[in-house]
Design a protein around this ligand. Structure first.
Ligand code: PLP
Length: 454
């Protein structure tokens, strides 16, 4: 056994004091948000009715490489950070691989995922602006849970539109949010204009993230003292999530480990973007090179099979247009999809980095994902979230390739959270009832054809 501990912990003082904004180092900046009415780039003021002012500024900031983490946010981070970087000795042994596998574990907080890193930042800026509360959407429920923890801590009101299928399948997740004081509404609801419209157009729909976003935005803009917050996709969210990558890099540096490969699951791109940012920064500045891999579900393959174009961020088309790899804002993964990462598009930053060849992408089928999840749980102890297990799948595949070639690569992956609320999906897998669905080219083309022409 080497002298690298199972868990590399940083001290409290080693939590980064500033977030890193990779846009400052990108030669090709992510494309600007467009006003859906005029087709022109949005001015920052146009975001103020939707987002908090400070967060709007962060959204537009392509120049400042570092942005100080406010003291109050740092204090909150100290409750559950730094998160450990774990050397997966037991997994390595069971695979018989010469590779060294490390994972950055973000599931060590009650919300069970990395999403708390941005939730507390966004709630803090809302509070500082003197707002009454925030509205948001949640899919599987991790973001809503994280946000309700943050708003409870700061004394803000929190209204969550939860994708209907999750609301029904994950009653405990819903109750955690209510325990933290949030009001949870299944989406599409009959409480908003856009919800009523979607219910009329698609009777019996089980909802989608894009649809819940439309409802949450309408709820924010139609109530005095409320703003909308989003848990992924946005530049500001990737900025806050850079704390993951900065800590990972600090932990690796502490032991003189050079990562060869960095792997993250990609839904809207926030954990991946946050994990890879400092490393991509080095690549952009010509200081180092890494093999970076985004992993997405075969049933929602925005990077590997989507189109890089302007699209709506939401089904109701009330949000600004963003340029991204997209499957079309009306795309809804097949009903048998249980692995999360359901968003139709991908963060503009990750999309641009991918288009520029700084990272590659792979899609994996959900039965293979759950197989990897169980292998991991049985040797490493942690019961992983299905989302995180996409990254586990590819980390295992790569470690097995190293077994063939004899290479002792350093493989780092993001273990974004725990899967305690995903036991219905695990049950399907254990009962042998989980199936895979891979959309046809025709289905994807038909959905992408509905993207706006700009
Ligand atoms: C939300 C979530 C993801 C995916 O979101 P990204 O914005 O792509 O990071 C991944 N893992 C877990 C545990 C999540 O809760």
């Amino acid at each position: 056994m080497s002298d690298i501990p199972y868990k590399i912990y940083l001290s409290e003082k080693e939590i980064p004091s500033a977030w890193y904004n990779v846009r400052a180092d990108m030669k090709n900046k992510p494309a600007p948000l467009l006003n859906p009415g005029t087709g022109k780039p949005l001015a920052v003021e146009e975001l103020y009715p939707i987002f908090c002012e400070e967060l709007s500024k962060q959204e537009m900031d392509n120049t400042h490489a570092y942005i100080d983490i406010p003291g109050e946010v740092l204090d909150f981070y100290k409750m559950y950070r730094p998160s450990p970087l774990v050397r997966a000795y037991c997994l390595e042994k069971s695979l018989g691989t010469p590779a060294h596998i490390y994972y950055k574990f973000e599931g060590n907080n009650t919300s069970g995922s990395h999403k708390l890193n941005s939730a507390i930042a966004q709630a803090y800026y809302a509070k500082k602006q003197g707002l009454k509360g925030v509205t948001t959407e949640t899919g599987a429920g991790q973001w809503g849970t994280a946000l309700s923890m943050a708003t409870a801590y700061l004394g803000l009101d929190c209204q969550v539109y939860m994708v209907k299928v999750s609301y029904e399948q994950k009653p405990f997740r819903r109750e955690v949010m209510r325990t933290y004081g949030a009001k949870v509404t299944p989406s599409p609801s009959m409480e908003t204009n856009v919800g009523r419209r979607i219910n009329e157009e698609f009777p019996g729909t089980t909802g989608s993230l894009g649809c819940a976003i439309s409802e949450a935005v309408e709820a924010a803009t139609s109530q005095e003292g409320y703003r909308y917050v989003l848990g992924s996709v946005l530049n500001q969210v990737l900025l806050h999530q850079s704390v993951i990558g900065l800590e990972t890099k600090a932990a690796l540096d502490k032991y003189g480990i050079k990562a060869d490969m960095i792997i993250g699951c990609a839904g809207g791109g926030s954990n991946l973007g946050g994990l890879i940012s400092p490393f991509v920064g080095q690549m952009l500045r010509g200081e180092a090179d890494y093999d970076i891999i985004a992993v997405e579900p075969a049933s929602c393959p925005s990077l590997t099979r989507g189109t890089y174009t302007y699209d709506f961020c939401d089904t109701g088309k009330v949000c600004p247009l963003a340029k991204m790899y997209t499957l079309g804002s009306g795309y809804i993964p097949a009903p048998n999809h249980a692995g999360g990462l359901r968003y139709h598009g991908m963060s503009s930053i990750v999309s641009q980095l991918y288009d520029d060849g700084l990272l590659t992408a792979r899609s994996v089928k959900q039965t293979d994902v759950f197989e990897a999840a169980e292998m991991f749980a049985r040797v490493e102890g942690i019961l992983p979230a299905p989302e995180s297990s996409h990254a586990i799948r590819v980390a295992i595949d790569e470690a097995l390739k190293c077994k063939e070639t004899g290479e002792a690569k350093n493989i780092v992956f993001g273990l974004t959270g725990t899967g305690y609320f995903d036991m219905v999906a695990y049950q399907q897998y254990n009962d042998g009832k989980m199936s895979d669905y891979v959309p046809t080219d025709e289905e994807i083309a038909a959905s992408v054809a509905k993207c706006p022409k700009v």
